[in-house]
Design a protein around this ligand. Structure first.
Ligand SMILES: Nc1ncnc2c1ncn2[C@@H]1O[C@H](COP(=O)(O)OP(=O)(O)O)[C@@H](O)[C@H]1O
Ligand SMILES: [Mg+2]
Length: 326
């Protein structure tokens, strides 16, 4: 049987998402049992260890063990999720897709990259208009790398913890260092600029300075992502801190067409070409096109119809456009 010390070590490794340490402790227990003459039990443990290792290898390295919701002082600062989204779920222009693939690949080859004294891209800024897939990309990176996604909402944090935000930021960066994951600082402009918030300017400056210090000092295994709709508001000192800046744009007619085809794939369509619909959607965001498609399908369902016409989809697109503009 595992000793109390070993149980504690197991729990600690589990809480920190440290799979290799977790398995190392189980190996200790197996060795101890073998020495105590419990050959069968020890063998069973060894088999389970190799099964766990094989699974980790096929799924990609290193695999996080799911951890619980943030506790104690981290409550209200971080939310955590275990997204299942994959890169294949996103419709992206090829150049942008390559940028995301490169981040994933560098993480997957981190061991070999480090043997050359290099580091994978870990600190990435996403910039672009609302609804173009910045938050979604963070979920995709987490899904592809089987890592937990921690989301930090700075604006809420600054309002809630006025005067203590820098201290709270330290707690978050402590977590970044101790629990490997994807950390998304969403709506990042709220600290990236002095104009972003109507709150105390001094506070935002302090938070920004602390953020710069923390992100500089960070040499953890986590990925730190920041997303903003307003890159023009960001302080230049910030851009330099990131290993990569990825720009998102509204869909082109070509990508808009793909989003439509993808989202309406399951319905019976009463039209042939996609050009007209693609033209109509070209200046909408990905999010609005997706919502318009979903609106059209739902209205088909509640009207007891089993097909959609081009006019149905056009109507939903127009409606979404007018909502977004109002
Ligand atoms: N490139 C994309 N491919 C497919 N769907 C997308 C894409 N970008 C956005 N979406 C859809 O729009 C929704 C909102 O996107 P989101 O990532 O929240 O936008 P942002 O964070 O840039 O404002 C997503 O949940 C997804 O349904
Ligand atoms: Mg977003």
């Amino acid at each position: 049987m595992a000793s109390a010390q070993q149980l504690k070590a197991l729990l600690k490794a589990y809480a920190e998402g440290d799979q290799s340490h977790f398995l190392a402790v189980v190996e200790q227990v197996a060795a101890h049992e073998a020495r105590a003459g419990h050959a069968k039990y020890s063998q069973e443990l060894e088999q389970l260890i190799s099964l766990a290792k094989r699974r980790a290898q096929t799924v990609g390295e290193p695999k996080a063990i799911p951890i619980a919701q943030p506790k104690g002082e981290l409550v209200g600062l971080l939310s955590v999720a275990y997204p299942k989204q994959r890169l294949s779920d996103m419709i992206l222009p090829p150049a942008l897709r390559r940028r995301l693939v490169r981040i994933i690949q560098e993480q997957r080859h981190v061991g070999r990259i480090r043997t050359y004294g290099l580091s994978p891209r870990r600190k990435v800024l996403f910039v672009g208009p609302p609804g173009t897939g910045k938050t979604y990309s963070a979920a995709v990176l987490a899904g592809e790398l089987s890592l937990p996604l921690f989301v930090v909402r700075l604006e809420g944090m600054i309002t809630k913890f006025m005067g203590e935000t820098a201290a709270k930021l330290r707690l978050i960066f402590d977590n970044i260092a101790s629990v490997r994951g994807i950390y998304l600082f969403d709506e990042f402009d709220s600290i990236g600029s002095e104009r972003g918030l109507k709150n105390d300017v001094g506070e935002i400056r302090r938070v920004l300075n602390s953020f710069l210090q923390f992100i500089d000092a960070d040499d953890s295994q986590s990925l730190i992502l920041a997303a903003t709709n307003h890159p023009e508001l960001l302080d230049h000192a910030l851009f330099r801190r990131f290993d990569d800046v990825i720009e998102y744009q509204l869909p082109t007619q070509e990508t808009a067409k793909e989003v439509l085809q993808n989202r309406l794939a399951s319905v019976k369509r009463m039209w042939k070409g996609w050009d007209k619909l693609a033209q109509e959607s070209a200046d909408m965001s990905y999010a609005d096109i997706v919502r318009a498609c979903d609106d059209a399908i739902k209205s088909m369902v509640i009207n007891n119809k089993d097909n959609l016409t081009e006019a149905d989809v056009l109507e939903s697109l127009h409606e979404r456009k007018s909502i977004s503009r109002s």
